[in-house]
Design a protein around this ligand. Structure first.
Ligand SMILES: [Mg+2]
Length: 341
């Protein structure tokens, strides 16, 4: 157990909602009816379209309760919202209100739920989303769901489809930190764990637990004329397939993959798998070479790295250009639910 004191089953739904109310948004110019009614009412800016995204963190799939880590629940709250906001970014939208649906076993400490809300509220405030309501329910395992609304001018929507042969693929930030952190969690006491600098391991772990939605960078992409984008949740090789269609392939240059600091050195035999391991929440984006270069420059002006990693062609699937100049199928790594993809 990570917190002492009452558990949610002792307190009841109404009292829990009263406890959590201070973390929720008040009425504002745009949030006409906040939480506390049967539904929230939000007024998007005239002429903008509404984007909706949703994501879930499921106990035993995305996290384990027996972590023994007091910050786990605060970080879970942050991540719950951040992953939905990452999808808002990948659509080219700016955040509106957000919502949650939380199912918990009745033996969850109330203090852990409160800390989870603090993490949610912290993330909402950081990215200017109004935490506008939600639902609590009891269940066998914890299932945490977030829903975010966003708004976007119809001509600024980013889509996965539409890349053309000859276009460049670039990506924001660096890859592999979250997957490297997970490896250390799953292989405690490994050679890697013993030799990695503490600061490096902490930086990886922070990226795993507190992803940063690339909302500002996405706007720079759109401003530069990019129209094709997605976010990396399941791994860059796995997700990049979603940009393809019949007759359109992608060649990624392994040497150009921007890896998180320390990954290549710490995992000399596994860095490629880690690069495609997922949960990066970076934005791969595509366009004609010149447009992508302009976009990379604008993103770097914001203080975030951005780098061309590949080129679309008429080949089959996602292939990797290796050190010997030969193209091979990209490693079959990344995360797909419900078995083989
Ligand atoms: Mg996504």
């Amino acid at each position: 157990m990570t917190a002492a004191g009452p558990v949610v089953g002792d307190v009841g739904e109404l009292e829990l909602l009263r406890l959590l109310q201070p973390h929720l948004a008040d009425t504002s110019e745009r949030l006409l009816v906040p939480s506390g009614d049967d539904g929230a009412v939000w007024q998007p800016v005239a002429g903008k379209a509404v984007v909706t995204t949703t994501d879930s963190l499921v106990q035993e799939v995305h996290f384990h309760r027996s972590d023994g880590d007091t910050n786990l629940y605060r970080d879970l709250g942050w991540k719950l919202l951040a992953v939905s906001l990452s999808d808002i970014a990948a659509m080219g939208a700016t955040p509106g209100p957000s919502f949650f649906a939380i199912t918990l076993p009745s033996d969850w400490p109330v203090a852990d739920l409160e800390v989870l809300y603090e993490g949610l509220a912290e993330c909402a405030e950081r990215w200017a989303s109004d935490l506008a309501g939600g639902n609590l329910s009891s269940g066998e395992i914890a299932v945490l769901t977030s829903v975010c609304l966003g708004e976007v001018a119809p001509d600024r929507v980013l889509r996965r489809g539409g890349a053309e042969a000859g276009w460049s693929l670039a990506v924001t930030g660096r890859l592999g930190a979250a997957a490297a952190a997970l490896r250390l969690v799953h292989q405690p006491g490994s050679e890697e764990e013993r030799t990695i600098a503490a600061g490096t391991a902490t930086a990886w772990r922070t990226r795993l637990r507190r992803p940063l939605p690339r909302l500002v960078e996405a706007q720079a992409l759109v401003d530069a004329g990019v129209g094709v984008c997605m976010d990396v949740s399941d791994g860059v090789f796995f997700d990049a397939r979603r940009l393809l269609r019949d007759g359109l392939g992608l060649l990624i240059d392994a040497d150009t993959l921007p890896l998180a600091e320390g990954v290549r050195e710490s995992f000399p035999d596994a860095w490629l798998e880690i690069a495609g391991g997922g949960e990066d929440y970076e934005l791969p984006f595509a366009g004609p070479a010149e447009t992508v270069q302009t976009a990379c420059g604008r993103i770097e002006a914001l203080g975030t790295e951005a780098r061309v990693i590949g080129r679309f062609d008429g080949g089959l699937g996602v292939r990797l250009l290796g050190a010997r100049g030969l193209a091979e199928p990209a490693p079959d790594v990344g995360h797909g639910h419900f078995g083989p993809s």
